[in-house]
Design a protein around this ligand. Structure first.
Ligand SMILES: NC(=O)c1ccc[n+]([C@@H]2O[C@H](COP(=O)([O-])OP(=O)(O)OC[C@H]3O[C@@H](n4cnc5c(N)ncnc54)[C@H](O)[C@@H]3O)[C@@H](O)[C@H]2O)c1
Length: 435
């Protein structure tokens, strides 16, 4: 099949290389000239397991362009995977998405199937169809196919997802999409065909539920800290109920990334206009903000002043082993430390470049090549993501710091392994407090 992918980020590029490696004829279109130039040279702009290999292997089946006219061909499936960034309140910026839809309307040369992978507000599917048909002389089928991939394992998740949701009313579109999907799945997974509205709500509801679980356990972790309980024991005890389980049940400094903030049924989406606001989403967003602030306050309670203190910050991306810093808790934590005149020694080889773009004029952040170099400079350390490298650090690695004080926002270490340090984690007793 001919496939055009609009937007070549984590979702779009993974789509593109998988389709190409299963012999579909793929055109990848992006407005980012630098990205397309790298891709034309066969270089993946994202550091995602397996993508570079597939890109190299499938190069004869895939072409990249910044020219919408070239990209939007007749007889092709046109997939939209552009970024739809959320603000702090979870509201979605649809500028890029709307632009992609306009480009399709302008350049389509016959009836087409448009597939929405981007995360969009409820009701978008019907609006897109209406827009396309009123701005072009052709007919469009618009299918909603939410993606359930996670950065770091996007390729694996794409070919082996928990389920495939196809949101369409058209049996013809269902048949075509099924045949494409079945061409790349590496195992049998449930394929659910449903209305576009159902597909849109399924995506939002799934991610809202996950955000709710994470926020719930963060709330319980705060309670544990207040009363001197241990969240490891508490979450285990709760999760032994088979109705609850342990997945997405680990407390942390707070969630980040682009998914939960917006998939969390947007407080200001169309539903709220109708007076049907989903009250839980407001609570989830508030809870997450509170969790990050709680972590920051913990540092400031421990040190009355951190002026000129050197702080090793391990982890800038919102989660380990990805370069994505969007809505990363590290942004708020680093900002709070800088506001109190600390000197930051940051280490995160994957997140560094993107983080630098957010803190352009800050001369008090020093980016280090090795974790041990950041720690060697530091008065104390703050851990903000769960990269495998950080998980493998031992207490001996922290001994180079001036004070053996660690604030671990990801609970990476067992308490019994941290004896000898002053170790603050999330929802667990602080050990080794010296004052
Ligand atoms: N990243 C994930 O794991 C994930 C998972 C599920 C769903 N999603 C959703 O999928 C969508 C894409 O996410 P992503 O993480 O791949 O985004 P991304 O930021 O990594 O990539 C988006 C790409 O779209 C390009 N773009 C923007 N406007 C464009 C336009 N008008 N025409 C062509 N290209 C354009 C950008 O230059 C960028 O390269 C988002 O809506 C996201 O919420 C992402």
């Amino acid at each position: 099949m001919n496939v055009t992918i609009i937007g070549l980020g984590y979702v779009g590029l993974v789509n593109a290389v998988v389709f190409a490696s299963y012999n579909h004829d793929v055109i990848g279109f992006d407005v980012d000239k630098e990205k397309v130039s790298l891709l034309k040279q066969g270089i993946s702009p994202i550091d995602e397991d397996g993508v570079q290999i597939l890109l190299s292997e499938a190069k004869h089946k895939i072409r990249f362009t910044t020219n919408a006219k070239d990209a939007i061909r007749p007889n092709s499936l046109i997939s939209i995977a552009v970024d739809t960034p959320p603000d702090e309140e979870g509201n979605i910026d649809m500028k890029n998405f709307n632009n992609a839809v306009e480009l399709i309307a302008e350049n389509a040369a016959q009836d087409s199937i448009v597939c929405i992978h981007s995360t969009v507000p409820l009701g978008t599917n019907r609006k897109v169809k209406q827009y396309l048909e009123s701005h072009s002389k052709y007919k469009f089928e618009v299918v909603s196919m939410p993606m359930f991939v996670r950065e770091g394992t996007a390729l694996r998740d794409f070919v082996s997802p928990s389920r495939i949701i196809i949101g369409t009313d058209s049996p013809k579109v269902e048949k075509e999409i099924r045949s494409v999907v079945e061409s790349f799945l590496v195992k049998k997974v449930p394929i659910m065909v449903t209305t576009p509205e159902n597909a849109e709500v399924i995506k939002c509801a799934s991610n809202t539920y996950l955000a709710m679980r994470v926020s719930f356990i963060n709330e319980i972790a705060r309670i544990c800290e207040y009363i001197g309980a241990d969240i490891d024991k508490v979450s285990l005890g709760v999760s032994l109920d088979p109705r609850i389980g342990l997945s997405y049940f680990k407390p942390s400094v707070g969630y980040g990334g682009t998914f939960y903030p917006k998939d969390n049924l947007q407080p200001k989406n169309e539903l709220s206009v109708l007076g049907e606001q989903f009250v839980l989403s407001r609570a989830i967003i508030e809870s997450n903000k509170k969790q990050i602030q709680f972590f920051i306050d913990k540092i400031f309670k421990r040190f009355k002043s951190i002026t000129n203190f050197k702080v090793a910050v391990l982890g800038l991306s919102y989660k380990g082993d990805t370069e994505d810093v969007r809505n990363s808790p590290a942004i708020k934590v680093v900002r709070a430390l800088l506001d109190k005149y600390a000197e930051i020694y940051a280490y995160d080889p994957l997140g560094e470049d993107n983080f630098k773009k957010l803190f352009i004029r800050h001369t008090h952040i020093h980016y280090m090549d090795y974790a041990k170099d950041a720690l060697a400079k530091a008065d104390f350390a703050v851990i903000l993501n769960d990269s495998n490298e950080f998980k493998n650090l031992t207490i001996d690695d922290f001994k180079v710091m001036k004070h053996m004080v660690i604030f671990d926002g990801k609970n990476l270490y067992k308490l019994e392994n941290m004896k000898g340090a002053e170790y603050h984690s999330v929802g667990r007793p602080t050990i080794g407090l010296t004052k």
